[in-house]
Design a protein. Sequence first.
Length: 385
Amino acid sequence: MDGGVVIPEATVQRLDPLGGLGFRMLTILVSAGACVFAVVQSVRALPEFWSPVLAVVALLSLLGSAAVVIFRTSPYGPGLSQQAMVLVAVLAFLGAVLEAAAKWGSNIKIVDDWGPMAIGLMLFAAAPHRPARQIASLSVLCSIGIGFLILLQSPHFDSKAPIIVYIVYGVLWILMFGLSVAAFVGHLVSALEGWHAQARQDADTRIGALRETMTRSVHEERMRVLGREVTPFFAELLAAGYIRRSDRERAHAIAESIRTLMVAEVDRTWLQRVAEVTAPGTGGEWIDDPGRLADYMTSDQRTAIRALIGSIMEPGAIVPGSLRVTIVPDGSWCRAGIEAVFALPRRASRRVIGPYLAVVRSVFHDLRLRFDGPTLTVKFSYDRF
């Protein structure tokens, strides 16, 4: 972290935010499935528990792990950070430890223990939202912990099989789910990064070709202004053969209007141009950016904000006049906020802006979101230099 802004991480969700929304349902199903599996296994092994209270606490710990994943991977959640992912793994592992403690001395076999598989499933559920390296590291650490836990329980097992067999069986689920999904995520991230690099290269090539077109377009626009005001004036002067006082006043007025037009064009930021398109006639008064800080956003960030504002300004989506965009300097960073009061029901509002928030989160890595009733508040930061 630098200056309060989180350094971007190589995750599937960041590189492909809309595809990450597709993984959202899988995340929910796998997390819920881990909890259901744990409950079923606990009921089946009920006679082995000497402490039902510990068994319930173990299930609650796993439920907490699933809740963290489901809440933080939501488009409206704060995102699954590195610290949150560690919490997910710790809660799932704690559940496995508490389950073993609730069976201590009476756990004669481990095939009905839900801990190892639940840990593997939770790592699997969180994988699209975290770097492959962290998923793999947590898989190995949890496997070591489970292996040690099995070793401590081994004197109570009823089978004379070598202890290594129990350990392999116990850690197999974690390694199978954790390492396999880490490998998949790593390969997918690599492919997405390659695609992004190629897309940027193609964009740079197109920009060079577009500059000439844009220059020609601007030149034609300027010529239209001259043709509408200046050319007829000069034609009148040539026809008259002399200059009157009124001609001097008119020339001064034309020069002043052209100068004002050109200065206004230069002073406009891309965000103000977005305002003219999305809310014609408002004059962009809902934008508070006196320092022209919007121009420091990258092209990807501009695209994401343009799309978000466009979705918010859909007819009937928000209360007229409630949208506010504020950008202020903070050292080498720009702190921005977007606020709007939705006229749509809460569920409909979420459905409208959900995909766009996922895209914004992928380019502003410290996105903070609050949805209090009908009021949406989005805050984010970006580099000023």
